[in-house]
Design a protein around this ligand. Structure first.
Ligand SMILES: [Zn+2]
Length: 239
């Protein structure tokens, strides 16, 4: 619904804000990503908007399988919610590390949730909107989370902060997360000044780097030259 579309914000490189600091922390997580020559290395945080406390975190391939940063961050968060629910109800909840929650299951998990709402998600690269592997995208997962609302109508996730866009080396159609997030009522914030660093870390295991890094464009895209996807290493999964 266009009438409820959320805004897009662009934070300049300076002055540095707590958002820059949190994104730097996400970058430090991205540096922990296990090697893959066929996928980006990304870090993500879920943060309290009132205290700036980090509620969950994740990085690419942290959880077993071909996992993404935002996916790991959300599934670990759901794991803590599931554990709290198990403790409160005495009924063993499914653990997100063992089962991947789908639509409906996530909402059910948050019935009676006593934690914070309107969380901020930080990711060093805009959430993926298509995966060559056909696996569920981070965009889908964030939209799913945004459907979880408090009794007074607050969304579980309100803002997504991004360090850089996604180029078209893997997904030739590019990335359309910004528009989908906005239409779902989630604010998109581009954090200026960290794009080159976020991109450099995202590409750290790829064989071919972006040949024309840029910090100029921050509008959900990336205007560097397209680079052919590198050859897959033995046993490696597509992103
Ligand atoms: Zn993703």
């Amino acid at each position: 619904m266009a009438s409820t579309a959320a805004e897009v914000h662009h934070l300049p490189a300076t002055p540095s804000t707590p958002h820059h600091t949190l994104l730097q922390h996400a970058l430090s997580l991205a540096r922990l990503c296990p090697r893959s020559t066929t996928a980006f290395s990304v870090g993500a945080l879920l943060v309290s908007p009132t205290t700036s406390a980090i509620i969950s975190d994740g990085y690419s391939r942290e959880l077993p399988g071909n996992t993404h940063a935002e996916e790991c961050c959300l599934r670990k968060f759901y794991g803590t919610v599931a554990a709290a629910r198990t403790a409160a109800t005495g009924v063993k909840q499914l653990e997100p590390k063992d089962v991947d929650y789908q639509d409906g299951q996530v909402s059910a998990l948050f019935e009676g949730y006593g934690g914070e709402w309107e969380l901020d998600l930080y990711t060093t690269m805009v959430p993926c909107s298509k995966r060559m592997s056909g696996l569920r995208t981070c965009l889908d997962r964030i939209i799913e989370a945004s459907k979880v609302t408090s009794p007074d109508g607050k969304k579980l996730i309100k803002r997504v902060f991004c360090g850089c866009g996604e180029d078209d080396r893997f997904v030739k159609e590019g990335n359309w997360a910004e528009g989908v997030l906005r239409d779902a009522g989630i604010e998109v914030w581009w954090v200026g000044g960290l794009e080159s660093e976020c991109r450099g870390v995202a590409e750290m295991w790829l064989e071919k780097k972006t040949d024309k890094p840029t910090a100029a464009k921050q509008e959900g895209g990336f205007d560097g030259k397209s680079v052919e996807a590198s050859g897959a290493g033995a046993g490696e999964m597509p992103m």
